[in-house]
Design a protein around this ligand. Structure first.
Ligand SMILES: [Zn+2]
Length: 228
């Protein structure tokens, strides 16, 4: 999980959201049947598109790139079953993979809420170590988030490991090359791999920093400037 930032909702989309919310509230207040199309309109295509852009098409929780394996879910950060007034609230929506969405379910605990990647700093609560993500020792919220979302489920650890293996190969090439132009190209590639839009950026960045801290002498100066 990495820190995310909310996009500004364009006026026309904000207006549509407002209209849906008003209609829903009217029907709800009068006890009339609420059509499924309206009840699920929080995930209207234009809203989903914005959310996808916001998370770089990754799951907001596990950072898996979604679209090549899944359509992805529009997910309520605070569950709509317990916070019905936030059903359409853009601030309460994100984009998540179906596995994280299912594991989260309608869980909510006021004393120990799950991490919100828009409001919390995941670095304060979660610790990357190799391909795994652990909770920081003093963070109950990190612990409950890691356990509830199963952030070390085997398929995730396997995919993160593959990602770190490709980074290790790249770093090995940077350390060994004697050709400045090749070194420069590879460093630029490494920089791209560290971008927050890349899959599993949380563990990738930590891995690179660890290598620089322990084995960085031969390429420390330029590599450090790439990742810090
Ligand atoms: Zn996920």
């Amino acid at each position: 999980m990495i820190k995310l930032n909310k996009l500004t909702v364009p006026t026309d989309i904000a207006e549509k959201i407002k209209q849906r919310e008003q209609r829903y509230n009217e029907l709800d207040a009068s006890g009339e049947q609420i059509p499924d199309s309206l009840a699920s309109a929080y995930r209207a295509p234009e809203v989903k598109e914005l959310l996808r852009h916001e998370t770089a098409e990754k799951c907001a929780y596990c950072e898996s790139k979604i679209l090549h394996v899944d359509y992805g879910d529009v997910e309520h950060l605070l569950p709509k079953s317990k916070f019905p007034h936030l059903r359409y609230s853009y601030e309460n929506l994100t984009f998540a993979c179906s596995v994280c969405n299912t594991k989260k379910g309608d869980f909510f605990d006021a004393e120990t809420p799950l991490l919100n990647p828009y409001e919390d700093k995941p670095d304060d609560h979660l610790m990357p170590f190799g391909p795994a993500v652990w909770s920081a020792p003093v963070s109950d919220r990190g612990l409950i988030t890691q356990k509830r979302l199963a952030l070390n489920r085997p398929e995730l650890v396997e995919r993160r490991t593959e990602r770190l293996e490709s980074i290790a190969t790249l770093i090995g090439q940077i350390a060994r090359t004697k050709t400045p132009a090749i070194r420069q190209v590879l460093l630029e590639e490494l920089k791209e791999e560290c971008e927050p839009s890349e899959e599993y950026a949380f563990v990738v960045r930590a891995y690179i920093k660890e290598i620089l801290a322990t084995h960085g002498e031969s390429f420390r100066q330029d590599a450090l400037s790439v990742v810090v």
